[in-house]
Design a protein around this ligand. Structure first.
Ligand code: OXD
Ligand code: MN
Length: 625
């Protein structure tokens, strides 16, 4: 590269140059100079935290045509192309140096080859466009949890989203040490159509050069592939956390109220589109985060922060009745970015909104009408299932007041949940931390969903719901989790949840809102206010404890019949699952901790013993005796 400083001086206006130089950090200057030289933007906008700069990003997102205004003031919408509607596992790869190996379950390629490929695609990709530079923080800015990040993008839409989703941190960057490492993200939407859609999606690439903490993303616009601080950063953060002895998790955090108004913080990991955001947003409780959490041990306590400050949420099935808080925000003036919804007469519509929707309009497929088919003769829905909204957390009336606490909140419970139609009961508590990490986290089996491009409904193992983002050996990640609570006086209780259990006829055994009762039950368990029934896979609620909770939360009579249907231990299904999990670890998780095999074997033994005594399907009342 030509001299970094000379290049920056030549390519940036004096004002932008001064802004960049105020951030006196070698790594950042080198990254920006390289990005400019590679992508050849016409201009470079160094965005500070000033109101004026933030307003400019918002305005340019509309002026560029990437977003369009809706009727409600502050609301805009954006479309990604038809083949760019979710995270793309095929196109997302770790760049691994020849001398290293990553678990074979992770998508990867040789680093030099990958760099040549992705940098080839990025070459001159910003010709005639502006490069926007954003200085942001993961975790509260200026705290022990903060991870400084720089985003370079040619998309005002990406820059705008990041404004709502992350903490702006230009001020902190102006105080950064010269040799401090930061995460750097370079994104270009690539060639765009008249409608401002990436056209070269077959050349979509999201490549992670973890050796340099740099991620390249090109020919894509979907937020999960482009906003560096979301899942791209999570991959790098997991490596950093591993090196430094803390944890970065794919988890929500919320404050749950118990008797006497006490508040208990719980976190939970679910694969995308499996109920994570809705659990984080239960009416009457507080939300601190809905997607990514950092955990650190501070003075012997298990403390947690939200890496983010906003929500990039799935809008499908957001209804006035079930989600009053978010519904309110989506219907009142304020900053909201909608993605991949249907628009008619400047109003947004989505699947499962519980209201009448029009028969035509504009959606991700262009002009849309009911019955419109795609190239494969498949009917195009009115909006994509993975359509999204972006809002700041502080816009929510129940945003937790501790969001910016630099030492986070004390965490008392952790839950793991997947889409498991056959085996797991709706809620159970682990015998201890390690048992929970293994049995509910490292054994998490789930059906694939629309949030990832590919076939839906295929059962797969998704370790702790974070497998897509693991950039360290899987075994090491499990070990880090098991060991993390060493030195913590009262580790959080661990729970396994499953909102998707089905009966013999294929019907869900639970209603969608039931999760609220499970969470309230966890809160009571944490404080030792209720007992539980010990069963082969964990501890399950007693009927008599759930009855008052259903009454209190929904004013509903909870029947014994429902309880038995939901909490019957299905021995053959659980044994079959254990076999699959064990096989998976043997084949894909070399060096998986011995605790994994021992725990699975012990559960197997308990299941077999129980089967001998009670048969294949064991009523919780039998075990309660
Ligand atoms: C998300 C995801 O958007 O995990 O949070 O896909
Ligand atoms: Mn997620």
């Amino acid at each position: 590269m030509t001299n970094v400083n000379e290049l920056l001086k030549e390519k940036l206006t004096a004002e932008n140059y001064d802004r960049l130089m105020a951030v006196d950090n070698t790594r950042i200057h080198e990254f920006v100079a390289d990005a400019i030289e590679l992508t050849g933007p016409e201009t470079v906008f160094v965005c500070t935290d000033s109101e004026e700069d933030v307003k400019r990003v918002r305005k340019m997102a509309v002026e560029s045509g990437e977003e369009r205004p809706l009727e409600t003031p502050g609301h805009t919408y954006h479309f990604d192309g038809p083949s760019d509607q979710g995270r793309d596992r095929q196109a997302t790869k770790y760049l691994v140096p020849e001398t290293e190996t990553l678990s074979k379950a992770l998508n990867q390629m040789e680093r030099k080859e990958g760099l040549a490929e992705v940098r080839g695609l990025l070459k001159d990709s910003m010709k005639g466009r502006a490069m926007i530079l954003r200085f942001l923080s993961l975790g509260p800015a200026g705290s022990v949890f903060s991870v400084p990040c720089v985003q370079a993008t040619d998309s005002w839409y990406v820059a705008h989203n990041e404004d709502l989703l992350y903490r702006t941190a230009y001020e902190q960057f102006c105080k950064i040490e010269k040799d401090k490492n930061v995460f750097c993200f370079l994104h270009s939407a690539g060639e765009l159509s008249e409608d401002m859609i990436s056209v070269d999606v077959k050349n979509k690439r999201i490549y992670m050069d973890y050796t340099r903490d740099t991620v390249y993303s090109v020919n894509t616009q979907y937020g999960g592939n482009t906003m560096g601080l979301k899942k791209l950063a999570l991959r790098l953060t997991i490596r950093q956390a591993d090196a430094e002895g803390w944890l970065a998790e794919h988890m929500f955090i919320s404050g749950v109220y118990g008797p006497g108004g006490r508040k208990t913080y719980l976190a939970g990991a679910f694969p995308s589109a499996c109920g994570k955001t809705s659990t984080a947003m239960l009416p009457g409780e507080t939300i601190l985060g809905d997607d990514i959490a950092y955990f650190r041990k501070i003075n012997g306590e298990f403390r947690a922060v939200n890496a983010e400050a906003g929500i990039f949420g799935i809008i499908q099935n957001v209804k006035e009745k079930d989600d009053p808080m978010i519904w309110d925000i989506l219907h009142n003036p304020g900053e909201v970015i909608f993605g991949n919804i249907l628009v008619k007469d400047k109003k947004p519509y989505w699947l499962g909104m519980g209201e009448e929707t029009p028969d035509d309009g504009v959606n991700f497929s262009g002009q849309w009408h009911k019955g419109k088919k795609d190239a494969n003769e498949k009917e195009i829905p009115l909006a994509h299932k993975n359509a999204r909204y972006t809002v700041t957390l502080t816009a929510l009336a129940n945003c937790d007041p501790e969001l910016e606490n630099p030492v986070g909140v004390p965490l008392s419970g952790v839950m793991y949940g997947g889409r498991d139609p056959k085996a797991s009961v709706p809620v159970q508590q682990a015998f201890d931390w390690a048992h929970g990490i293994v049995s509910y986290g490292a054994s998490l089996e789930t059906e694939t969903t629309f949030a990832i491009i590919g076939e839906e409904g295929v059962m797969e193992i998704n370790l702790m719901s974070i497998q897509d983002f693991l950039a360290i050996p899987l075994a090491r990640y499990i070990r880090n989790n098991i060991d993390f609570v060493q030195g913590i006086d009262r580790p959080p209780l661990v729970f396994g949840v499953n909102y998707f259990l089905r009966d013999k006829e294929g019907k869900f055994t639970n209603d969608v809102p039931d999760k609220h009762v499970w969470v309230k039950w966890m809160e009571l368990r944490i404080h030792g206010d209720v007992g539980a029934i010990t069963c082969p896979t964990g501890q399950i609620p007693r009927y008599e404890d759930l009855v008052p909770l259903f009454k209190e939360v929904f004013d509903k009579e909870y029947t014994k019949e429902d309880y038995v249907k939901q909490f019957t231990i299905r021995v053959p299904e659980n044994l079959a699952k254990i076999e699959r999990v064990e096989k998976y670890h043997r084949e894909n998780v070399p060096g998986s901790p011995q605790e994994v095999y021992d725990t699975l074997e012990a559960t197997q033994k308990r299941l077999n013993e129980a089967r001998e005594k009670y048969g294949d399907y064991i009523s919780p009342f039998d075990l309660a005796e």
